[in-house]
Write a protein that binds this ligand. Structure first.
Ligand code: ATP
Ligand code: MG
Length: 224
């Protein structure tokens, strides 16, 4: 069930229990099986109640890059998550004007949910290493537990060293996710070359990319 004011799941209604809310944030340009596997594994391993897929509005760190519209990225996220009852695709960030800072989103979520809702922010291990450079990283540490999913090519040591060096008391759980060397950039380059996305992202996402001719997909040319 969703809230009427914000596109967020209702959680925390029973004061006698604790709820665990997972947030999978990303540009999702486009969403792929790496995101889905990481979220599913975090759901299972950390006993989460639900995972919200938070499609980024205008990400602070991608301001100078060409990013597909929020509506298209959200639509693909909606398609990719629709068959999973514990995945919740949210418009929360794309409906907010201006640049999206994860710290602002986490603060809004923390204020919105009662104290019996714990927030777990799921990222790839590469992103964990960058958290310390994010806007207001000291506040961030207080708002959520961070879940660092291992990602091929990114060393967990780098992530834990970056956090140690920051001197900030981040609560981080590292999750070993079976290696999936998939990235959105890789998918975009495959589409531009007319190559198939089969088994890299759900077919519904591939269909959307071709229908809307994203990433240089040619009209009528559907690599399946
Ligand atoms: P791009 O190639 O455009 O940077 P991306 O594949 O990294 O895209 P994002 O939307 O930037 O996708 O990533 C959102 C989050 O998902 C980040 O925390 C990122 O680390 C994580 N992530 C992305 N791909 C994987 C993967 N294959 N396995 C685990 N985590 C991933
Ligand atoms: Mg990335």
């Amino acid at each position: 069930m969703a809230d009427k004011r914000y596109d967020l799941p209702i959680l925390g209604t029973n004061p006698d229990r604790t709820y665990r809310l997972g947030i999978m944030g990303g540009t999702f340009d486009p969403i792929h099986n790496g995101h889905l596997v990481a979220a599913e594994q975090a759901y299972a391993d950390l006993d989460l109640d639900i995972v919200v897929f938070m499609t980024a509005g205008r990400p602070a760190f991608k301001q100078h890059k060409k990013v597909t519209s929020g509506e298209d990225r959200y639509a693909m996220t909606l398609l990719a998550t629709s068959d999973n009852p514990h995945f919740y695709p949210s418009r929360f960030e794309i409906d907010r004007a201006g640049i999206t800072y994860t710290s602002d989103t986490l603060r809004l979520l923390r204020d919105y949910y009662p104290d019996n809702v714990e927030i777990y922010f799921i990222t790839g291990a590469d992103a964990i290493a960058d958290i310390v450079t994010w806007n207001h990283s000291e506040d961030l540490a207080k708002l959520a537990t961070f879940v660092g999913a291992t990602r091929p090519g990114y060393n967990l040591d780098r992530a834990s060293r970056a956090i140690d060096d920051s001197g900030i008391d981040f609560n981080v759980i590292y999750l070993e996710i079976p290696a999936l060397a998939i990235s959105s950039s890789y998918l975009r380059s495959r589409v531009a070359k007319g190559q198939s996305l089969r088994y890299l992202t759900p077919d519904s996402v591939t269909g959307y990319i071709h229908k809307h001719q994203l990433y240089g997909a040619k009209a009528g040319k559907y690599a399946d």
